[in-house]
Design a protein around this ligand. Structure first.
Ligand SMILES: CC(C)(COP(=O)(O)OP(=O)(O)OC[C@H]1O[C@@H](n2cnc3c(N)ncnc32)[C@H](O)[C@@H]1OP(=O)(O)O)[C@@H](O)C(=O)NCCC(=O)NCCS
Length: 162
């Protein structure tokens, strides 16, 4: 079978985090500090992965992280994490970050990233994930297919050390 079915859906672990940007989040050029956003992205991806696998996780890899636009003081930031792929012990999670216009509700993407989260035991050893991913629409199927290509690229990178 091409896709694992009958276990958890993407919507079961979907994680949305909202932040109001404060002075402590802003860098020397009056924009959101990138490291702060990366922390929130890692946290949102981790929560989605925990919800999917139902256990401990650790982040193995963050890639394709792209800062597309800046965010500023008092912006409303919305961070959405979705599981895109489930392997034997690892999950890929896509995280999209938006600035939401509080008057119109329109969201503009400022960042997206793919993270690999590994399900681990209390000693940090990878363990099999008990739930597959039930894909319910074309977008989720396209993400799954994309994940397979990204995983091949990651394996090549790891093997060749670049
Ligand atoms: C992530 C970690 C548990 C993987 O351990 P490992 O001994 O390489 O385990 P394996 O080779 O069995 O890989 C386990 C899974 O992780 C995936 N994986 C491992 N390294 C990866 C990497 N660099 N990128 C993407 N996926 C990776 C493997 O493909 C495998 O997935 P699968 O079971 O779904 O096929 C280990 O490298 C680790 O503990 N790293 C530190 C994690 C950490 O501290 N994170 C917090 C950052 S501050």
């Amino acid at each position: 079978m091409e896709y694992v079915k009958g276990n958890k859906k993407v919507s079961d672990s979907l994680t949305e985090v909202t932040k109001l940007l404060q002075y402590k989040d802003i860098n020397g050029v009056n924009r959101l500090f990138g490291g702060r956003l990366m922390e929130w992205i890692d946290e949102a991806a981790g929560i989605a992965a925990i919800r999917h696998c139902g256990g401990f996780i650790t982040t193995a890899c963050v890639d394709t992280l792209q800062f597309k636009h800046a965010a500023y003081l008092h912006d409303l930031l919305v961070i959405i994490a979705k599981v895109t792929y489930v392997g034997r012990t690892s999950m890929e999670v896509r995280v999209d970050s938006y600035v939401e216009d509080c008057k119109t509700g329109i969201r503009s993407m400022i960042n997206h990233a793919y993270l690999t989260e590994v399900c681990v035991d209390e000693e940090g050893t990878p363990i099999p994930i008990e739930y597959g991913l039930e894909l319910t629409n074309e977008t989720e199927r396209a993400e799954w297919e994309g994940a397979k290509k990204r995983i091949e690229i990651r394996k090549t990178r790891k093997a060749e050390g670049f």
